[in-house]
Design a protein. Structure first.
Length: 239
């Protein structure tokens, strides 16, 4: 389960609003969306993917177990005048709709067996898994593997179960802007897998950051996020 607290929400909000990552990602999903669809953004976090999907579908259920990030989504819906996003606070496993969704999106959320179980019970159409393809942790000083859950494990399970799928590989810029060098240090202290946080030195930080001309953010950490979209239909998930 993704845990959220104030600094994490602030960093993710800054990154999502600074660049065009979510807009670019939605361009890959939009051809499969229609105005009569009710879709689910499972584990939606701050809801920036839902915000970008909203113009393409009839209704979105944005489901998130943690209440804190949903407050950002509520605020953005009001600010943007978006009325077709239903915000649902709870675990996706326990939040089945009255009528099955037309499609579900699992963006960096859930393990493949959990996704298949939820999708079979809650969806009658396509399922989109958006997952990482990189294998080492991005925000650490040392080398740390990301673990066994992600692109490869999802592929293997879908193949083993005989579930046909379509795959799209892409790389999208999703860098992090910072208000100060100390802000950047705080970011790495949160997300680094290094046991010794003293390795996060000024020299290390300045080697990862570029200076930019921006009224709020004098520093930016470029990051090209490599990911895959795996698309399959719930009719192909066996009981």
């Amino acid at each position: 389960m993704q845990l959220w607290f104030e600094d994490m929400i602030r960093f993710m909000r800054d990154a999502s609003e600074y660049g065009t990552y979510n807009q670019e990602l939605v361009k890959r999903l939009a051809p499969d969306m229609t105005k009569d669809m009710h879709i689910c953004d499972a584990g939606c976090g701050l809801g920036y993917l839902s915000l970008e999907l909203a113009p393409y579908v009839g209704r979105i259920s944005a489901v998130e177990k943690n209440a804190e990030p949903l407050r950002v989504l509520e605020e953005n819906c009001r600010a943007r005048g978006i009325t077709n996003i239903s915000i649902r606070n709870g675990a996706i496993q326990n939040m089945a709709p009255q009528e099955k969704y037309d499609a579900m999106v699992f963006c960096f959320f859930g393990r493949i067996h959990e996704i298949l179980d939820v999708a079979k019970r809650q969806c009658k159409g396509n399922v989109f898994i958006i997952t990482r393809t990189y294998t080492s942790h991005r925000f650490s000083v040392g080398h740390h593997p990301t673990g066994s859950y992600g692109y490869r494990s999802s592929q293997e399970v879908l193949r083993d179960l005989g579930i046909p799928y379509e795959e799209t590989r892409l790389a999208l810029e999703f860098g992090q802007p910072f208000r100060s060098l100390e802000d950047a240090r705080r970011f790495f202290e949160i997300y680094s897998k290094d046991e010794d946080k003293s390795d996060i030195t000024d020299e290390f930080l300045l080697g990862r950051l570029v200076k930019i001309e921006h009224p709020q953010f004098p520093y930016y950490m470029p990051h090209l996020r490599n990911l895959a979209i795996l698309k399959f239909h719930t009719a192909d998930i066996k009981e």
